[in-house]
Each structure stands twice: as C-alpha cells, then as structure tokens.
Design a protein around this ligand. Structure first.
Ligand SMILES: [Zn+2]
Ligand SMILES: [Zn+2]
Length: 416
C-alpha cells in the first residue's frame, strides 16, 4: 500500500510552482522598494508564545493549533501565523536597539487544524510584513500603499482595500460594553459561536457569516463612532495619506480581527472572485504586542497575505517555461559532441535538452515538440565532419546553417 500525504497538507507540483515563484519574487521586489528586509523564523515555537500573543480565548489557540509535547516534555506548536514569531525574534535579538524602526518581511508555511476546503488548507502559506517602532499614521498608510502596489504589480485589479479602526485600550473597553449590551438583547438570534464568544471576543459577532448573526447585528454600534480623540485623529490622518497617494480604499466599520493584539488601523484586501466575499490579505496595528511579549513598548503594524488565495486569483496565467534548444543526436560520436555543446550553452544561460533515453531520431523530435523547444538541431556523422548543422526554428520550421560551436548557436538563438 502506498503512503499518501496528510489531509490538508499539499504538494506544490512543478505546474504550480512557477506561479508561486512569480508571487514570491514580486513580493520581494516590491518590499525592497519600501525598505523591508527578510527575516526567517522557525516553524516550531514554544506553545506559550502563541497563547500570550494571539490570546488564550481566540479560536486559533482554543481549537486550531498543532500543539504537541516533544521528547523533552516541552509543549511546542507549529506556527499558526507569522507575527508572533517575528516579534519574538525582534525582542530576543534586540533588533529594536539596533534601529528604532524595523521593517521585516517573511514568507513560508503556517499550520492550523481547520476543516480543509477550497483555498483553505491545514498547511497554508503566507507572505507577511511588519514595521515596528513607529506609531505615526504615515507608517500605516505606507504599509497599505505597499500592499496595494503589490497586488497591482501582480497584475490584479482585485482585491480591494477596506479599512477600519479598532481603537485602543483607552476607547475600546467602553465600546466593547456598548456592543455586549447590544448583543445581549439579541442573544437568541446569535449562533452558538457568537454566544460563546460574547464575553471573550464579542467583536467577532460583527464579522460572523451566519445569516442570523448578520441580521441580528444590523445597526450594532461601530468602533469608529466610539474612538477617543487620539484614535480618531490617527485614523483620519491614515485616510488623508492614502488619498494623497491615490490609494483607493473603502471604510468597513464591521471589520474585526480574530486576534486579540490588534489596535487602531485594521485592514483587509477583499475579493468576491473566490466564491463568497473573502480576504486575500489582512493585517493591522498591534501597538501593545511587543510589550505583551516581554519586550519594550514598541508599536507595530503588519499584514499577511494568503499565497494559495493569490495563486487562485492568478490561476489562469501561463508561466510555462520552454527549452531554448533541443539537440537530437545520431550515433555515439554525435552524442558526445552534443553533450559538450549542451554543457557550453548551459554555461551561457540557455536551457538545452538532448536525448537521454537512446531513442530514434523520430522519437527525439517528438520529445522536442512535447517540450515546446524553441529551436532544434540534429547532429550526426555528416554534421560532425562538416563542423556545422541546420538550426531549426520550431515555430515555423525555418532553418539556418550554424557552426557547431556554442558561440555560433547562441548568436543564432538570441538573434532569432
Ligand atoms: Zn483610542
Ligand atoms: Zn455568529
């Protein structure tokens, strides 16, 4: 019996990896322009890190983490998201002391024990970025500008940017009370999850997708109407900067975060193209997080995007690569000469293929077609004796005579 992969854990096959590389390379290029450097953090962390950062009462920590005890008896967890690890690394390596502003990005797998469905897997992949050290609304706007530009560079007109403010420890408690009072009056209409979260995370009722909850929370008090003066100013300034840089956005007063550590500016990039309205990227400000994890009082803001979802949006793009040249050979001498020619052209940066199965000339040409080689050349005793051969452009069958040296062939391939 053959062994299969674990449910929700996927192979990324060569047919898809070109697309993923395009997404990753585009992200690296865009992030570099805004001064971000890559950080690579471990996939496994002490469970405590996520309990303290994400919050004990969130769905992630309560139900979805891959937690296990290792052979030394420590409780470890496969990271369910990236921010906690990046902040742990920032504190542990005192990056905040080396520079007052740190701009970091990461990419890699995350793990949550959710029910697998289209575009949602137990091992999923995120690309994220974090800025620490600045509470200024200009930084919020810059992060939003950067994520918008990333989607533009990817060639996507969707998703669109929605923003909200979640307030701060000064103004959120009063809002929370007002919301809880509102929800209590509508208890019976709420789903089980929303009732359970009413004391721990009542804000989640606002983004619950259950129709009864959507209806029951119509007219619920909105955080933006309860912001303190500082939060209100901060949020207005973010919007002014976005307008100044012509970044399109809309306000979504019902947007909340599943994680406890978010404050003030919060945002999602939302699309209707993947079935129901869903977020392709999400993030926000988390001014208390670094301190909560035992570091100094350093503010921060960041986001993460789901690579699987971005790949779905880009789905029908063609990233097929094709060889520059297929060298078909007849006889042992030609095989060796072809191998030497192939090696020299590969050194010059060309993708060259040749026969490696001892096939007939006809089969070799079929393989050149299958690989969609741009050019082909046949080497036999005649060509070796002449020191030249016929280079064929596969698209139209046109031929030209070339010397059997790498320079000659390289020039013809590049020229044509
Ligand atoms: Zn506030
Ligand atoms: Zn609900």
């Amino acid at each position: 019996m053959s062994i299969t992969a674990i449910k929700g854990f996927n192979d990324l096959l060569p047919s898809e990896s070109e697309l993923w590389q395009f997404i990753e390379q585009t992200a690296r290029q865009v992030f570099a322009r805004y001064g971000f450097n890559e950080i690579r953090v471990p996939i496994v962390e002490k469970t405590e890190l996520f309990c303290r950062s994400i919050g004990d009462t969130t769905d992630i920590v309560e139900k979805e983490m891959y937690t296990f005890t290792d052979k030394g008896g420590s409780s470890l967890t496969l990271r369910p998201e990236g921010t906690a690890s990046v902040m742990r690394a920032l504190i542990e390596n005192k990056l905040y002391a080396l520079d007052s502003i740190n701009k970091l990005y990461y990419m890699g797998p995350m793990f949550r024990h959710e029910r697998p469905q289209k575009g949602r897997y137990r091992q999923f992949h995120q690309i994220g970025a974090e800025v620490t050290g600045a509470a200024d609304p200009l930084i919020d706007a810059q992060v939003l500008l950067m994520v918008s530009r990333l989607f533009k560079e990817l060639g996507l007109t969707e998703p669109s940017l929605q923003i909200n403010s979640l307030g701060c420890p000064v103004c959120r408690p009063a809002y929370r009370e007002a919301l809880v009072a509102f929800l209590e009056e509508r208890q019976d209409a709420l789903c089980e999850d929303c009732r359970r979260r009413q004391t721990t995370n009542p804000l989640r009722a606002l983004d619950c997708k259950v129709p009864g909850c959507v209806e029951a929370t119509q007219g619920a008090p909105a955080m933006v109407e309860h912001l303190c003066a500082e939060c209100d100013q901060h949020f207005s300034a973010v919007q002014n900067y976005l307008t100044a840089a012509e970044v399109p956005f809309s306000l979504n007063p019902r947007m909340v975060r599943g994680l406890d550590y978010y404050t003030r500016t919060t945002f999602e990039l939302v699309t209707g193209l993947l079935g129901s309205q869903s977020a392709v990227a999400a993030g926000g400000r988390y001014d208390g997080l670094v301190e909560q994890l035992g570091g100094p009082a350093v503010p921060g803001i960041g986001f993460a995007l789901g690579v699987e979802r971005v790949a779905l949006l880009l789905g029908d793009r063609n990233f097929d690569r094709m060889p520059d040249l297929f060298i078909a050979v007849m006889g042992d001498a030609a095989r060796t000469a072809g191998f030497r020619l192939m090696a020299a052209l590969q050194d010059q940066g060309f993708w060259v293929e040749t026969d490696c199965e001892g096939k007939s000339l006809k089969s070799q040409m079929r393989r050149a077609d299958k690989l969609k080689a741009r050019y082909s050349i046949v080497l036999g005793d005649t060509e070796l004796a002449a020191g030249s051969g016929a280079l064929k452009r596969m698209a139209d069958g046109s031929q030209q005579t070339v010397a059997l040296i790498a320079e000659g062939i390289a020039g013809a391939i590049t020229g044509g």
